[in-house]
Design a protein around this ligand. Structure first.
Ligand code: NDP
Length: 256
């Protein structure tokens, strides 16, 4: 096949109704993949699907709360039926943010974040394994965060969930290499989406963020989806078990 194309590949992207996931769906479609996506809000999901279908893309979607085990099982059944039991790409993108000092975090905060950001991604990877294996060429991409690589105020639980994902990336890469399934993690710094809307309006907070970022700007969703697509290309066939930061230089910065 074409080294720089996703033609003929099938993909599941969680959380594709808006933000980074939305742009990932679009990028994979533009590169020739057939895509299934999901979110909790049906209205927003359907609006996205209608816009893509109008462009002639091969895309489908279903409502799924990935924090629910049986909904995850239903989702993978839908995907398996749609793609004849074969899946090339799983993008574990759906995630939630919690910005709180550790002393204020509740038991529920912890279990909610672990449930969506870690357990859902783990279980969906488990469920996708037979489909990824059957396809003959599988690629899992986790959307992590630089908060899982370096410490950030207010993000102790969130950072722990992303750190867990970064490690899971390595385990799956080693365990499933024999099945020709690669596993990589993309770790963004600030990206302009609804998740961080509130922060973008906070001048003091953003000045601090820019001050730490060598490129002195935040990123755009398209700057994440390009790497996700690349990791799924046949051209990336020897890349597995990696955590790649897309961060304007943040994690490289010592004292600039
Ligand atoms: P958004 O909040 O803009 O979008 C999140 C998407 O995920 C929506 O489609 C949302 O739909 C869906 N989603 C959330 N929870 C669930 C759920 N339980 N079940 C199904 N779908 C769900 O966030 P971003 O696009 O910014 O974030 C995407 C990923 O990128 C996350 O994993 C996040 O941690 C990560 N990230 C984001 C950064 C940023 O600065 N924006 C930086 C680093 C990492 P709905 O609510 O309808 O379910």
């Amino acid at each position: 096949g074409d080294r720089w194309s996703l033609k003929g590949q099938t993909a599941l992207v969680t959380g594709g109704s808006r933000g980074i996931g939305h742009v990932i769906v679009e990028e994979l479609l533009e590169l020739g993949a057939s895509v299934h996506t999901c979110s909790r809000n049906k209205v927003e999901l359907d609006a996205a699907l209608i816009a893509w279908e109008a462009k002639g893309y091969k895309v489908n979607g279903s409502v799924c709360d990935v924090s629910d085990r049986s909904q995850r099982e239903n989702l993978m059944e839908t995907v398996s039926t749609a793609f004849d039991g074969m899946l090339n790409i799983l993008v574990n993108n759906a995630g939630v943010l919690l910005y709180k000092p550790t002393v204020d975090c509740s038991a529920e905060d912890f279990s909610t974040l672990m449930g969506i950001n870690v357990e859902a991604a783990f279980h969906l990877s488990q469920l996708a394994h037979p489909l990824l294996k059957t396809s003959g060429m599988g690629s899992i991409v986790f959307i992590s965060s630089i908060a899982g690589v370096v410490a950030h105020q207010g993000l102790s639980i969130y950072g722990a969930t992303k750190g867990a994902i970064n490690h899971l990336t390595k385990n799956l890469a080693c365990e499933w290499a024999k099945d020709n399934i690669r596993s990589n993690s993309v770790a963004p710094w600030y990206i302009r989406t609804s998740m961080v809307d509130d922060f973008l309006d906070n001048k003091e907070h953003m000045e601090k963020a820019y001050g730490r970022t060598p490129m002195r700007r935040i990123g755009e969703p398209r700057e994440i989806s390009s790497l996700v697509a690349f990791l799924c290309f046949p051209a990336a066939s020897y890349i597995t078990g990696q955590v790649i930061c897309v961060d304007g230089g943040l994690t490289a910065n010592g004292f600039f």
